[in-house]
Design a protein. Structure first.
Ligand code: GUN
Length: 307
C-alpha cells in the first residue's frame, strides 16, 4: 500500500482564503481592519525570510501588518518597551516575537510580557494553561494547523492511539493537549523514551516533532497509520551537486509512505499551514478582544473549500 499524501500546501491556500473572506466580512460588518505586529531581533537569514512571508501573507489576507526590527545587540529593555507599546495599541490584535532570540535576551520574560489576548503564537503561560485546562485559548500555530490536517484526513479522532515524539513547548506539549481534547489516547515520547520504535508502532496517529532528520523509520510505523511530520531539517544533498542542500522531515518519507495510510511530506506538509494558522489566530484574537462572535469554524471552512 502507498500512503495518501496530505497536501498541506493546498490546505494552507484554502485556510488563507477562508481567513481572507472572514476578514472581509468582519471589516464590512464592524468597520475595523485586524492588525498583526511581528518583531524581529537580529538578522538571522531564516528568521528574516519567515518574517517577510508573514508580512506578505498578512496583507494578502486583508489585514494590517506592522514590522519592528531591532539589531542583534538591542537590549532586552528595548524589546520589552516595544511589546508594552504594542499591548496598548488598539490597532494591534496580534503580537509575534520571532524566535529564537539572541542569547542575552530572556525568552520566557519576553513571551510573558505579551498580552495573553494578543498572543497569537499561544506561547504565553496563560494560554498554555488555558489549553491544558480545556479553556478557550490562543493555540500555537503549528499544532493547530496539524490538527486541521488530521481532522480533514480522519474525521473523528475519538479513541485513537496518538504518539507524539518530541516534548517542546512550541509543538510537542500543545499538540498532545489538542489530541487529548479530541479524545485520543496520548503518549508523549522523547529522546530518553525506552524502545522508541516499539512505542511508535502503537500509534494510529504519529506526530514527529523531534528535529532529527529522518529519525523515524518505516518499520516504526503501524500499517495504515496517519503520520504528521513537523520536522524541517536542512541536510547536505550531494546528489544535487557540490555544496547543495535539501529539506527533510523527522520521518524517513520514502520508507514511511509504503506503510502509512496517510502522511505529510516535507516540504509541502505542515510547514505551509503555520502562517495560515497564524492569520486565523490573529482574526480570532481580533474578534475576541472586541467581544464579537468568533470567526468561521476554520476546520469546516477548509473542509468545504478542499471538497
Ligand atoms: N520561529 C520558528 N517558528 C516560530 C513560530 O512558530 N513562532 C515564533 N514566534 N518564532 C518561530
Amino acid at each position: 500500500m502507498t500512503a495518501r499524501i496530505i497536501d498541506g500546501k493546498a490546505f494552507a491556500v484554502a485556510l488563507s482564503k477562508a481567513v481572507a473572506s472572514s476578514t472581509a466580512a468582519i471589516k464590512g460588518a464592524h468597520g475595523f481592519t485586524p492588525g498583526l505586529a511581528v518583531v524581529l531581533v537580529g538578522e538571522d537569514p531564516a528568521s528574516s525570510v519567515y518574517v517577510a512571508s508573514k508580512a506578505r501573507e498578512t496583507v494578502a489576507a486583508g489585514m494590517n501588518s506592522f514590522e519592528h526590527k531591532l539589531p542583534a545587540d538591542a537590549p532586552e529593555s528595548e524589546l520589552l518597551d516595544i511589546i508594552a507599546r504594542l499591548n496598548a495599541d488598539e490597532a494591534v490584535d496580534g503580537i509575534l516575537v520571532q524566535l529564537p532570540l539572541p542569547k542575552h535576551i530572556d525568552t520566557n520574560k519576553v513571551l510573558g510580557a505579551i498580552s495573553p489576548d494578543k498572543d497569537v503564537d499561544g506561547f504565553h503561560v496563560i494560554n498554555a494553561g488555558r489549553l491544558a485546562t480545556g479553556q478557550s485559548s490562543l493555540v500555537p500555530c503549528t499544532p493547530w494547523g496539524s490538527m486541521l490536517l488530521l481532522k480533514a484526513t480522519l474525521g473523528s479522532l475519538s479513541g485513537l492511539e496518538a504518539v507524539v515524539v518530541g516534548r517542546s513547548n512550541i509543538v510537542g506539549k500543545p499538540i498532545a493537549q489538542l489530541l487529548l481534547a479530541a479524545d485520543c489516547t496520548v503518549t508523549i515520547a522523547h529522546s530518553r523514551t525506552r524502545d522508541l520504535a516499539e512505542v511508535c508502532r502503537r500509534a494510529d496517529i504519529l506526530i514527529a516533532a523531534v528535529g532529527r532528520p529522518e529519525m523515524i523509520r518505516g518499520d516504526w510505523i503501524k500499517q495504515g497509520a496517519t503520520v504528521i511530520d513537523v520536522g524541517i531539517n536542512r541536510v547536505p544533498a550531494p546528489e544535487k551537486g557540490e555544496g547543495k542542500t535539501k529539506l527533510v522531515g523527522d520521518v524517513a518519507f520514502a520508507e514511511a509512505k509504503e506503510v502509512a495510510g496517510a502522511i505529510t511530506p516535507v516540504p509541502g506538509g505542515v510547514g505551509p499551514m503555520t502562517i495560515a494558522s497564524l492569520l486565523a489566530n490573529t482574526l480570532t484574537a481580533a474578534t475576541r478582544r472586541r467581544g464579537l462572535p468568533e470567526p468561521t469554524d476554520f476546520a469546516d471552512a477548509c473542509a468545504r473549500l478542499m471538497a
